[in-house]
Design a protein around this ligand. Structure first.
Ligand code: MN
Length: 265
């Protein structure tokens, strides 16, 4: 597919970027994401509302807060957010929806410096964004409750202490999270259904479209009005809203895009 030059869409949705993550710990597609954002900018594509649907800045493997205090760290934040800010039409809102990897706080808050960085750029920091048509939230709420969250963060913080002494532990931690803490991703059709049912209930979905991320599983469940935006770790995927139409798109190569689903409400 091609983007029509100068078009203004209603919404742009992206999740699970895990930005600032070192490729030695975990692979990612941040270069490809920048290619996408630059491409949209060159084509003068704008969006009224921008939705960052969680796990945008990786904080579980290091302190994003501390990184932001360094000049080089701030530049790296700017590299992403300058590009995102350019996509905004200026006539809508920019939502930073907090995902589990965005924070290591027991209260699931962003760290103060990251929070003020985003606020200064007019990002609205929230757990969920909602209007007449849609609800957007990260999706870890389908897997964590308050107690399992606090437990996970507690273990995570202990790992951080060890990892600051032996950096090699990060790689080990990554596997450990996947096995024990992070997410027991739904794999079978039944598990997927149960997970999204739980999430829909948590979000009070009603007749709205529910847009989430978290599982890194790019999908559309038309019967349930549910969309997952995928990720920029392996999928290279995003969602665009054109009035009441939601289009799931995959970047297959530089400047090459494939529509994978379309949901109309
Ligand atoms: Mn997540």
């Amino acid at each position: 597919m091609k983007f029509p030059r100068g078009k203004i869409y209603d919404g742009f949705f992206v999740s699970d970027v895990h930005y600032l993550l070192n490729k030695k710990i975990k692979s990612h597609k941040h270069k490809e994401l920048f290619q996408l954002l630059d491409h949209l900018d060159r084509k003068e594509i704008k969006f009224h509302n921008l939705y960052l649907v969680g796990d945008i800045i990786e904080s579980w493997f290091f302190s994003a807060d501390r990184r932001l205090t360094r000049i080089k760290g701030k530049k790296r934040f700017n590299k992403l957010f300058d590009r995102l800010d350019r996509l905004s039409s200026g006539k809508g809102r920019k939502y930073y929806i907090v995902g589990n990897h965005d924070t290591t706080s027991y209260l699931m808050r962003l760290s103060p410096r990251v929070e003020s960085y985003l606020r200064a750029r007019d990002w609205i920091i929230c757990e969920k964004a909602e209007d007449d048509v849609l609800i957007a939230l990260h999706g870890h709420q389908g897997q964590y409750n308050k107690f399992t969250w606090i437990g996970s963060i507690f273990i995570l913080r202990i790992l951080h202490v060890f990892a600051s002494l032996f950096p090699g532990i990060f790689r080990f931690s990554e596997n450990f999270y996947h096995k024990h803490l992070n997410r027991q991703d739904p794999t079978t059709a039944e598990e997927t259904l149960a997970y999204y049912q739980k999430l829909a209930k948590f979000a009070h979905q009603g007749k709205k479209v529910l847009i989430s991320g978290h599982t890194h599983d790019f999908l559309c469940l038309p019967k349930m009005n549910i969309i997952n935006t995928g990720d920029w770790v392996k999928s290279n995927t995003f969602v665009i809203q054109d009035l009441r139409k939601f289009i799931g798109i995959r970047m297959t190569a530089r400047k090459e895009f494939k529509k994978e689903f379309r949901l109309k409400v």
